[in-house]
Ligand binder design. Sequence first.
Ligand SMILES: Cc1ncc(COP(=O)(O)O)c(C=O)c1O
Length: 449
Amino acid sequence: MAKKKYERPTIIRHISDLADKFGRAKKLRAKAEIDGIPVRDLVRQYGSPLFVFSEKSIRRSYRDALRSFAVRYPKVQFAWSYKTNYLDAICRIFHQEGSWAEVVSEYEYEMAKRNDISGEKIIYNGPYKPEPVLRSVVHEGVRIHIDHYDELYALERIGAEQDHPIEVGIRVNMDTGIYPSWDRFGFNLDNGEAMNAAQRIQAGGKLKLTGLHAHIGTFVTEASAYKNEAAKLAAFSRAIEKDLGTTVEYIDVGGGFASINTLHEQYSPGTDMNPSIEVYADAITSSILEAGFSPDRLPLLILETGRALIDEAGYLLCTVVGNKRLPNGNRTIIVDAGMNILFTSFWYKHEVMPAEEKGGMFEETVIYGPLCMNIDVIRPSIKFPAMDLGDVLVIHPVGAYNVAQWMQFIRMRPAVVLIGENGDPDIIREAETIDTVKGPERLPDRLRQ
Ligand SMILES: Cc1ncc(COP(=O)(O)O)c(C=O)c1O
């Protein structure tokens, strides 16, 4: 008989509430491999912590989302939200699938250009678009969504330099029944400001309004908000056609669909509670189809979905580097991945799974990161068995925003690996070195001695 593995004994105070409505936590699901590659091997080869993305999962999410919309509405276009994850390899997967690019700065615009995306397939949003940048993107045919009047005037100045009007879209905000409303971006629809902007564009003669855009929030778990948004945008589009005699060619409903993550304030898991992409698709497309457009003049529906398409494809592998008890007796473990690379743990109860099955007693545990910062908490409360030094954990889903918003605070940023559809891993971003971080610094001579 094979020798049984030693399990460290634990003595704990009995806490009666270790069971919740899902029952008692007995076993933690182990995540031993990602797309067929052992997690342990990934860490051995590329180091810990390590971000891992599954190309299979990205393509599956994208195709499912596209299908959900395309079966309901005939003219659909996705535009990949660069800020959600702008690693070139990730963006290029979305572009290969047919996605345009949605950017909110000249820096993101440069990234889209480097990914060979032509101007008419780039949507330029955001509250700050410098005039020289506007001038150059106008010549590339980029779809600019005007955020406010000063931007409108800048575009009119540029329009005056050419012999035909510049095609533009406007961003609008509105009450969709979820609060607080994201009303700092764009022109307000409910108080008439958006119609005034449309009239101003028409009267100026230098611009031509061809698109409407709104982005009502992020991780919006109420599909009804999208139903309201799409209905209002469709009605506005029809009003513009009627009052100004100009055709709105596309309606861009932005992003914001929830991923399968679970917010800290959600009691039940996001996998059970958050609407599926089908539910969002139904809400949006039914509103537009019911708006009274003639069937041969339906506007193109654009979606800037970010997190719902990439979150699930991303994993963060990390290693247990310490065990400790707090003065109140609570168990804590320290891992080598911190808030500097996993800022979404502020918002989400990410799933944390050991790479190998662990037995033993479950206890309420805090999972801390390695930073010398009190806020460096990966999970403030999770039922977890005892861990050994060197145990590998898999944190999921983490594909959205982390590898865009991460920073070299106290620790440098780790490597990112993409597991291809063929099952082979490729590094898509090297782990940083001290040179990556110190490269841009310059030391005045007087400080050299
Ligand atoms: C204008 C715009 N579009 C799309 C997105 C993507 O949003 P999400 O990742 O929530 O789908 C964002 C993110 O905030 C955004 O600001």
